[in-house]
Design a protein around this ligand. Structure first.
Ligand code: ACM
Ligand code: ZN
Length: 573
C-alpha cells in the first residue's frame, strides 16, 4: 500500500508541481501572457531582488515585492541594491513603450486623452507609464517599465500570480515566458463615502490597499454630506467639530425610529495628508469631494445663515435628499466655499477636485428673495425647449453660476472640477469633467460637448446595491441588485459615440455609498469581489474580457483575501 502511494506521488509529482506554479492569468487579466509551464524558473529563499538604489521609488517597490512574494509563496528573498545579476531585477527603460494602439482595441482611443504629467502620482500616469513587462527565463526574472509606476503594477501582478504556499516555504516555481501589460483606461476609480459613516484611518488605508491590488489609480473620497462633515477646515474650526456629529441615526430604511446614539468622527488635515501620502506611494490619487450646493445640512447646522431660510438645521439623522441647500444668492456662501476649497487644495494635491452637484433641489431657491435677486442680477431666463417646455430653468442655471465661481477659484489653484451629471442641467462650465451616475446619458451628452467624462452609472457601478438576489442572505442595504456578473458586463464606451467622442471618456468607477454600511467588515463585503469585476472593466481590453474565464480566475483572489485577512462576499452571481 505504502509503495503504491509512493509510486503515485512520484508519478503525479510533475502535475503537483505544475499545479503549484505561478499563474499570470490574474485579475485584472494582463494584456498578453505568453508562458511555458514545461520550462520553469525556481525562485528560492535567499535569492535576491536587484534594483537601482539611486532611485528611492525603486527601493520602495523592491521592498514591497519582497513582502508580496513572502506573504503569498512564503519564499524569503533578499534586497540587493544595484545587483543587476540578482534573480529578480527591476529595470527602468526610459522610452519603453506600451502597446497602445492595437492592444487597446476600442480603448485605444484612450491614448488620445492621456497626457504626460510632471508628477505621475499626483496627476495620473499615462497607460504607457503604467505599462510593464515581466520576462522569466530559466535564470531569473526581469521586470521592466518606463516609469516606477509600471514596476509597481508588475509587483502587484506577481503578488496575484504566485501560488499561496506555507509560510517559510523554500521555493516557488514560475513558468518561463513574458507578460506584457498596460491599462485600458487612464482613470480607474473607486469611490468611498466616509460621510454617512466615518471609517478610521486603518480602514481607509486597507481600502486603498485593495485599490492598489486591483490596479485602480483614483480614490474618490466623499467626505462631506448631510449626515456628517468630516474634513477639518482650520479657518472654520466649528465646521468639523460640530458638523461631524449627528445626535442619532435612523434605524432601518428611514423607519422613523432613531437609535438615540450620537455618531461622529472627522479627518484632521494631518490625517488627510497621511491618506494622500499613503495612496500616492501606491500610485493612487485621492480626489476629495465637497458636495455642493446640496447635501450640505451638516454645514448648515453650524452656519444656518448660509441656507435660504436661516434654519435651524441639524446634521441629518436620516437618509435621502434634503430640500435645504446652500443659498445661491448669499455672497457669504461663495466666500465659505472658497475657504473650504482653498484648504482642501492645500491638503489634496489632486488635479481634480470633486464639487458634487447632485441631488440639489431648487425648491428653496424658487422661494428665496436672495436667490431670486441673484437670478435677476445675472439676467438668467428660463430656456425653452422645442416642445414648449422649460429645458433649463433659471434655478438650474443658478447652480451653474456657483459652478462658474468654483471653477474659476479652482483654476486659480491649478485645479479642475468634477461634478455629478446634474451639473449638465444648467449648462456645463467650460472645464468641467462630468461623472455620469444616473445612467450613461449624462456622460454621452458631456462627451458630445467635448467634456471629459467618468462613467459610473447606477445600473452597473453602485456597489451599495445588493449583490445577491436573495436579500435575506445579505446585510440590510439600500436596495437594487448589482451582482458581480453585471459589474463585469459594463462597457464604459457607449456605442452611440463616435471614436473621437469616446476619447473623452476617461474611464469607469464604482461607488460605495455607506448609509447602510457602518463597519469595516461590511465595507469589504460590499467591495469584494465586485472590485475584481470592475478592475477588469477598467484595465483589460474589451476584446479580451470573458466572464467564464474571470470566474475561473476568481477563486485564487478569494484565497488571497483569506490570506490577507479581508472579508468578501463568497457567493458569486
Ligand atoms: C449620487 O449617487 N447621488 C451621485
Ligand atoms: Zn437662497
Amino acid at each position: 500500500m505504502k509503495r503504491t502511494i509512493l509510486a503515485l506521488a512520484i508519478l503525479l509529482w510533475p502535475v503537483l508541481q505544475w499545479a503549484q506554479q505561478a499563474d499570470f492569468h490574474v485579475i485584472p487579466l494582463p494584456l498578453s501572457v505568453q508562458t511555458d509551464s514545461t520550462q520553469t524558473f525556481t525562485l528560492t529563499s535567499g535569492m535576491g531582488i536587484g534594483y537601482d538604489a539611486s532611485q528611492p521609488e525603486q527601493g520602495r517597490i523592491a521592498s514591497w515585492l519582497r513582502q508580496f512574494i513572502e506573504e503569498t509563496s512564503g519564499v524569503n528573498l533578499l534586497l540587493q541594491p544595484n545587483n543587476k545579476k540578482a534573480a529578480v531585477y527591476l529595470s527602468i527603460k526610459a522610452g519603453a513603450k506600451g502597446k497602445t494602439a492595437k492592444a487597446g482595441g476600442k480603448g485605444a482611443a484612450q491614448a488620445q486623452v492621456a497626457t504626460t504629467p510632471a508628477d505621475p502620482r499626483v496627476e495620473g500616469s499615462t497607460p504607457q507609464q503604467e505599462a510593464y513587462t515581466i520576462s522569466i527565463s530559466r535564470r531569473g526574472i526581469t521586470i521592466s517599465a518606463a516609469a516606477p509606476v509600471g514596476l509597481y503594477r508588475a509587483a502587484q501582478t506577481i503578488r496575484k500570480a504566485l501560488p499561496l504556499q506555507a509560510k517559510g516555504s523554500a521555493k516557488v516555481v514560475l513558468p518561463t515566458g513574458s507578460i506584457q501589460d498596460q491599462p485600458r483606461f487612464v482613470y480607474r476609480g473607486m469611490h468611498f463615502d466616509c460621510s454617512r459613516h466615518y471609517f478610521d484611518l486603518p480602514t481607509v488605508k486597507r481600502y486603498i490597499d485593495q485599490l492598489a491590488l486591483h490596479g485602480c489609480n483614483k480614490l474618490h473620497w466623499h467626505i462631506t454630506d448631510d449626515q456628517g462633515w468630516r474634513f477639518e477646515v482650520k479657518a472654520l474650526p466649528e465646521l468639523a467639530k460640530k458638523g461631524s456629529v449627528r445626535k442619532c441615526t435612523v434605524l432601518g430604511q428611514n423607519s422613523g425610529v432613531y437609535d438615540n446614539v450620537s455618531y461622529g468622527g472627522y479627518y484632521t488635515q494631518a490625517e488627510c495628508r497621511e491618506i494622500v501620502n499613503y495612496a500616492a506611494e501606491r500610485y493612487i490619487t485621492v480626489i476629495p469631494e465637497i458636495d455642493l450646493p446640496g447635501h450640505m445640512l451638516a454645514a448648515l447646522s453650524v452656519y444656518p445663515n448660509l441656507g435660504c431660510t436661516g434654519g435651524p438645521y441639524e446634521v441629518w439623522p436620516m437618509w435621502g435628499v434634503a430640500e435645504d441647500v446652500l443659498c445661491a444668492g448669499n455672497p457669504d456662501v461663495i466666500s465659505f466655499l472658497k475657504t473650504v476649497l482653498g484648504e482642501l487644495c492645500d491638503v489634496f494635491p489632486s488635479k481634480y477636485i470633486h464639487i458634487g452637484g447632485d441631488e440639489s433641489p431648487r425648491v428653496r431657491w424658487e422661494h428665496c428673495p436672495k436667490c431670486q435677486a441673484k437670478i435677476k442680477e445675472l439676467g438668467l431666463q428660463p430656456v425653452m425647449g422645442p416642445n414648449g417646455k422649460v429645458r433649463m430653468s433659471a434655478e438650474q442655471q443658478l447652480q451653474t453660476y456657483i459652478n462658474h465661481e468654483m471653477e474659476a477659484f479652482l483654476a486659480s489653484r491649478g485645479r479642475n472640477l468634477i461634478g455629478w451629471d446634474e451639473i449638465l442641467e444648467g449648462g456645463l462650465t467650460p472645464e468641467a469633467t462630468v461623472m455620469s451616475w444616473r445612467g450613461t446619458e449624462g456622460g454621452i451628452a458631456a462627451a458630445r460637448q467635448h467634456h471629459h467624462v467618468i462613467m459610473t452609472p447606477n445600473s452597473h457601478c453602485y456597489i451599495d446595491h445588493y449583490q445577491l438576489k436573495d436579500q435575506r442572505k445579505q446585510p440590510l442595504g439600500i436596495g437594487g441588485y448589482l451582482p458581480v456578473s453585471k459589474v463585469y458586463s459594463f462597457e464604459p464606451l457607449p456605442q452611440e459615440l463616435t471614436a473621437e467622442e469616446q476619447a473623452y471618456i476617461l474611464g469607469p468607477q464604482c461607488n460605495l455609498w455607506t448609509e447602510y454600511v457602518a463597519y469595516p467588515q461590511h465595507v469589504f463585503y460590499m467591495l469584494l469581489p465586485r472590485l475584481d469585476a470592475l478592475s477588469e472593466v477598467q484595465w483589460t481590453p474589451a476584446s479580451q474580457k470573458d466572464y467564464a474565464s474571470f470566474c475561473q480566475r476568481l477563486p485564487h483572489m478569494l484565497s488571497l483575501y483569506d490570506r490577507l485577512g479581508f472579508n468578501y462576499c463568497p457567493t458569486i452571481e
